[in-house]
Design a protein around this ligand. Structure first.
Ligand code: SF4
Length: 705
């Protein structure tokens, strides 16, 4: 029997590994298989356990196969009519902001583009937010404050070329396994390379750490504030770079000297030993090639943006940016968090990396789209959006490819919000999730291996996810469903795409529209991409400027940033602890994260039998000392209570957490057990600048059941 091998991209994490997908000639006699793509620059043939198990997830007994309205199967035509009529009615009666999209870092750039265009250009609302808000919104604002744009400077090669790698708030060994394997390999090749892990927990990533700083939850910024002032004291500043390419250094340094005046005060604030802090400072002094790799442990915080800028300040001060093996590197959690950012898929973005505040941008986008109802200001960010639903301000929400009933903080509030909406539309592959249970209208969506389009990974690399298998039942692409609704609303010509190639080239053309070198991040090279070229697109790093088809490996090599005067900006930072720290009434601080073999709310990975073996039950990690005091034994049931809700989890007694802290993974849903949903416990506290929830910190009580 013969087979076809096609190249596509893994749908799970932000590493964005290339996958060879082998399709047998007869799908009835044989099943597809996957292997790592040797040619893909993210993974060079490797796949982690999640990626390797993709073939096991292709068939599901719980596939949503037909549109449904109020629990009844209906035709697509009827479902689209219902949705468009309701959107039309609420906008007429209550204005454009009574409608909202809640999207996902799982959907493709082309889906994002069309949703953003419909809402911001044609319906007149910027209420387009996404679960990427829970993932990397703080990193976006941090980059924007410092560089004038949301731009990741580094690439994966820099992780292998650096002499010092500082990993902050990341358990990459489990969450970004292929990057972790690349780092392990690099360290083997160059044993002098140092790895420092800054994390309250002793995670699997610490296996390669030369130093682990087990900091007090949320105290990260103090470490970098200390490194900034230490760099000045030790005379390792890059004074030429500071003078020629930055603004605001003195203010940032003065603040660092005030906030973290010395080793003793910093050690006390962050809860690490002076000796460990001094070791880090010493390595920082010596290693010109330093990358700081950070993830959700930094971003999911009420001061996440400041933490990002504390990190960036250190790199700017020492000129460790825009060169091989250097840079502040935010690693996104999701496969297309970056692609969504490129087309404006957040409520505070407009389109093509322009904001509502960008002078002239709103009119420019309106001209390009020939848009009749342009939104004029930022929409509501995820938590605010769900609060507006509960207040009755947002009346219709269209949720796509995400499960906010499990992933957003304070699930009781999310339930109240969805119950209050007049119409909840959910597009999903699965029939039965905690969120589809709240839907009035269900749209059956195509999933990985059926969907077609592009994604952008953490190093800005655009890759194709290819539609290789036929869509089952009545499942349709998300962009198609959006266009059908748009056409019913009277916007036929603007949404008459025949395929994703047409959408992608329009997105490229918008990024280059009336640009003439004024904006630095268009992908104008792709404006005239043919369908054949798009179909055969090989992975390339954004931005792909006109005349530079090879893309852009590293940003800021010329020391020019995207601010009006082309200088990067230092931001003075005052380190603070999380809003909710332990109190006598709530004596424990709960930290959240992931397990090695599951992804998000397990809607796909839960279908792979081999992946459930690693961890088959939700659990809470508790330090042995605390467990003794509370009379809790390993594997016994523990009740966790917070001011927002309750969860019942099995105890895992472990020294990985410090006394007074607990840790629980986020994957389990109400379908497993309502008592297993960890988001029940999390408050809706957000970073004031990014709107990203402080999902890593909840005050809880623990008791044996
Ligand atoms: Fe997929 Fe991420 Fe694993 Fe790569 S590291 S195979 S992208 S889950």
């Amino acid at each position: 029997m013969t087979a076809t091998i096609a190249k596509t991209t893994c749908p799970y994490c932000g590493v964005g590994c290339g996958v060879n997908f082998t399709i047998p000639d007869s799908l009835t006699e044989s099943v597809p298989s996957v292997s790592g793509d040797l040619d893909h620059p993210a993974n060079f043939g490797r796949l982690c356990v999640k990626g390797s198990s993709l073939a096991q997830t292709l068939k599901s007994d719980d596939r949503l196969l037909a549109p449904m309205v109020n629990g009844e199967i209906v035709s697509w035509e009827s479902a689209v009519d219902t949705v468009s009529a309701k959107i039309e009615q609420v906008i007429k009666e209550h204005g454009p902001d009574s409608f909202a999209f809640y999207l996902s870092g799982q959907i493709l750039t082309e889906d994002y583009y069309v949703a953003n265009k419909l809402a911001k250009g044609f319906l007149g609302t910027a209420n387009v937010d996404t679960n990427s808000r829970l993932c990397m919104a703080s990193a976006v604002v941090g980059y924007k404050r410092a560089f004038g744009s949301d731009t990741v400077p580094c690439n994966y090669e820099d992780l292998e070329l650096c002499d010092l790698l500082i990993m902050v708030g990341s358990n990459a060994a489990w969450t970004h396994p292929i990057l972790y394997q690349r780092i392990v390999e690099a360290k083997k090749q160059r044993p002098n390379m140092k790895v420092v892990v800054i994390d309250p927990r002793e995670t699997a990533t610490c296996d390669i750490a030369d130093l682990h700083l087990s900091i007090k939850l949320g105290s990260d910024a103090a470490i970098f504030s200390f490194l900034l002032q230490h760099s000045a004291q030790m005379d390792i500043l890059d004074n030429d770079f500071i003078a020629q390419h930055t603004n605001g250094f003195n203010d940032a340094l003065m603040q660092a000297m005030e906030s973290t005046p010395n080793l003793v005060s910093t050690a006390k604030f962050s809860g690490v030993s002076e000796q460990a802090l001094m070791t880090l400072a010493h390595w920082w002094e010596k290693a010109e090639r330093t990358v700081t790799f950070y993830s959700q442990g930094v971003n999911q915080s009420s001061s996440g943006v400041d933490k990002c800028n504390a990190i960036i300040n250190c790199h700017l001060a020492t000129g460790r940016i825009g060169k091989e093996g250097t840079g502040p590197f935010s690693i996104t959690g999701q496969p297309n968090a970056m692609g969504g950012r490129e087309v404006g898929g957040l409520a505070n973005q407009l389109a093509a990396h322009m904001d509502f505040a960008t002078p002239g941008a709103q009119k420019l986008v309106q001209r390009f789209w020939q848009a009749p109802n342009m939104a004029t200001e930022n929409g509501l960010k995820a938590v605010d959006l769900f609060q507006a639903m509960e207040e009755g301000k947002v009346k219709v929400v269209w949720i796509m490819s995400t499960n906010p009933m499990v992933s957003l903080p304070d699930t009781a509030q999310v339930r109240r919000a969805l119950e209050k909406c007049e119409l909840v539309i959910v597009s999903d592959c699965k029939a039965n999730t905690d969120t589809t249970a709240m839907a009035d209208v269900l749209f059956p969506a195509t999933g990985w291996s059926e969907k077609d389009g592009t994604v952008t990974n953490s190093e800005r690399r655009i890759s194709r996810q290819r539609g290789l298998l036929p869509a089952p039942g009545e499942a349709k692409h998300d962009w198609w469903a959006i266009c059908e609704v748009a056409k019913r609303l009277g916007f036929q010509s603007a949404f008459s795409y025949h395929n994703v190639h047409e959408i992608f080239s329009e997105h490229a053309a918008l990024s280059a529209f009336e640009n003439n070198g004024k904006r630095d991040f268009d992908i104008g090279h792709f404006c005239k991409i043919t369908k054949e070229e798009y179909d055969n697109l090989t992975p390339v790093q954004w931005p792909v400027l006109k005349g530079r088809p090879e893309g852009t490996k590293r940003m800021f090599e010329d020391g020019r940033f995207f601010t009006p005067d082309k200088r990067a900006k230092f931001v003075p930072i005052v380190p603070v602890l999380p809003v909710h720290v332990a109190t006598p009434e709530w004596p424990f601080t709960l930290n959240t994260g992931r397990v090695r073999d599951q992804w998000h709310t397990m809607t796909r990975t839960g279908d792979a039998a081999s992946l459930t073996k690693h961890t088959d039950q939700p659990y809470v990690e508790i330090h042995p000392k605390d467990a003794r005091q509370l009379g809790i034994e390993d594997k016994t049931l523990v009740r966790l209570t917070s001011p927002y809700g309750e969860a019942l989890l099995k105890a895992k007694i472990s020294r990985a957490v410090s006394p007074g802290n607990a840790f629980a993974p986020i994957h389990w849903t109400q379908q497993f057990s309502n008592a297993a949903v960890v988001s029940n416990l999390i408050p809706q506290i957000v970073d004031p600048l990014s709107g990203q929830p402080e999902s890593k910190h909840a005050q809880v009580k623990l008791e044996a059941v």
